[in-house]
Design a protein around this ligand. Structure first.
Ligand code: FES
Length: 113
């Protein structure tokens, strides 16, 4: 069972969600289902409004953002290089687009926005 903890220091919220879905689900869809007030606009990976900092827990891996997602993150200044692909090395939080970041059924993440 997946678990995602959304944390927003900016608006002072903390939402811990157990994912009972049997299929991968986007962070944005999960936030919507559980009324987490994640900023959102296009829902297509274009605007960057839903950028969040994701930190995997307990062996969960980051997953790989698509080239399209990387391009948007670069355009909004969240990653310095489109070809930046040091996912295996980096232990800290990484920027992802909530509308593009899929959560597998056993994943565990902290998500800050
Ligand atoms: S809502 Fe626009 S990129 Fe996710």
């Amino acid at each position: 069972m997946g678990q995602v903890q959304f944390i927003s220091p900016r608006i002072g919220g903390d939402w811990s969600i157990l994912c009972r879905s049997h299929q991968p689900i986007s962070l944005l869809k999960m936030a919507r289902i559980f009324n987490v007030p994640l900023p959102v606009h296009c829902q297509e990976g274009i605007c960057g409004t839903c950028a969040v900092q994701v930190t995997p827990q307990r062996g969960t891996r980051y997953g790989h953002p698509s080239p399209f997602e990387k391009q948007t993150l670069h355009a909004i200044g969240k990653v310095s290089c489109i070809d930046e692909d040091d996912l295996a090395q980096w232990k800290g939080p990484r920027w992802r687009l909530a509308c593009q970041c899929m959560v597998e059924t056993s994943d565990q993440f902290f998500v800050a926005f």
